[in-house]
Ligand binder design. Structure first.
Ligand code: NAI
Length: 346
């Protein structure tokens, strides 16, 4: 399939098509060693099928590491739906996608990701039980993004203390790339804690709101990664830290929600060489999967979920201790740590 070498690392990759609805989706099951592969579904306009496959493979592998490091009894998987051109029947498209999820018989469980909503997940529920992230009147559930944002927030708090040596976020300058579902909640948490925000988003209305509500300073999207700040929080899309952007980063700490922030492992090394601490995305952004996993297992309750998400800060602390001992980078140490947990649970 498209000749991408990465594929060999995955247990199963399904290309699902449905001409009647225009569905073209890739469901990637990276690992079920710890349990069913759990990870969101992205709806995105891709330039090519190869680009969609590459995204699904990278994201599903990242979910294996994320779920393992968060000690969840789930493996890693992810689905991407190639957004049809022009108008399309959204409920019908998601029903067709739900049938594809169902055809994997529980090897893959889906939830929200970029481009998909709680309403989409509710629609899927009519077709398959292997879905989470659904608001319910009688039980915990729904949009995972506030929980993701909380996990990123506690990671920034821990990093500010341990890396920057500052006891609180009061007056700490944070650059936020992306004010979407996660970025907006993160901005709220940071503002409440006294941080000074610098923000950028391709959507000017979101930027205007952040300026009005949080007193944020707006910069151009092309300048946010190089902003003169203490902390950089990438909360847009992946591969923002690459050979072009890394040399310009001025923050000393990077912790954000976006998946696959490093374009290549070498970019993590380059950050370290510049004295910048990069907290791996899949460690700090696990709040959402912790939330939908608890919901799926029927163990959800707001306080318990928040307590579990808050534990991400302890893992950040442990990671930084491991990094010191290993004389390596946080990205490489986290990878080894997560891979050591990719084992069948007893
Ligand atoms: P979203 O689509 O709601 O927000 C993304 C925001 O980034 C949008 O406001 C968009 O306009 C903006 N954006 C896009 N390109 C940009 C650019 N070049 N510069 C600045 N802003 C740009 O997505 P969401 O849910 O907030 O997710 C953000 C990231 O976090 C994604 O990479 C996602 O995979 C990841 N993530 C999200 C989780 C969740 O619970 N929603 C969980 C774990 C990871």
């Amino acid at each position: 399939l498209f000749g991408l070498p990465d594929q060999a690392a995955h247990e199963r990759v399904l290309l699902a098509t449905d001409p009647a609805t225009g569905l073209k989706a890739i469901l990637a099951v990276h690992s079920t060693a710890r349990g069913p592969a759990f990870g969101g579904c992205r709806l995105w306009h891709y330039d090519s099928e190869a680009a969609a496959l590459n995204d699904a493979l990278r994201l599903s592998q990242g979910m294996s590491l994320k779920n393992a490091l968060a000690d969840l009894p789930f493996g890693g998987g992810k689905a991407v739906i190639l957004k049809p051109q022009g108008d399309f029947d959204r409920p019908a498209l998601f029903a067709a996608f739900g049938r594809a999820v169902q055809s994997l018989n529980g090897a893959y469980i889906t939830a929200e990701d970029v481009g998909t909503t709680t309403a989409d997940m509710r629609g899927l529920q009519a077709v398959t039980p292997f879905v989470s992230g659904i608001p319910r009147d009688d039980a915990f559930g729904g949009d995972p993004s506030p929980k993701t944002a909380w996990g990123v927030f506690v990671s920034i708090q821990a990093g500010v203390r341990l890396v920057l040596g500052r006891s609180s976020l009061d007056g700490v300058r944070v650059a936020l790339q992306g004010l979407g579902a996660v970025g907006w909640h993160l901005a709220e948490f940071l503002h409440r804690a006294g941080a000074k925000l610098v923000v950028a988003d391709v959507d000017a209305a979101k930027v205007e709101r952040a300026v009005a509500q949080f007193g944020a300073v707006a910069v151009h999207v092309g300048e946010i990664l190089a902003a003169d700040v203490d902390v950089l929080a990438p909360c847009a899309l992946g591969a923002s830290l690459n050979a072009q952007t890394v040399p310009a980063v001025r923050a000393k700490l990077i912790a954000g929600a976006a998946n696959n922030q490093l374009a290549t492992p070498a970019d993590g090394d380059a950050l370290q060489a510049r004295g910048i601490c990069y907290l791996p995305d899949y460690l700090v952004n696990a709040g959402g999967i912790i939330s939908v996993a608890r919901e799926y297992r029927g163990e959800g309750e707001e306080a318990a979920v928040m307590a579990e998400v808050s534990k991400i800060a302890e893992r950040v602390e442990e990671l930084l201790q491991r990094v010191q001992k290993a004389d390596s980078t946080p990205a490489r140490v986290a990878d080894d740590w997560a891979r050591s947990k990719l084992v069948t649970l007893g």
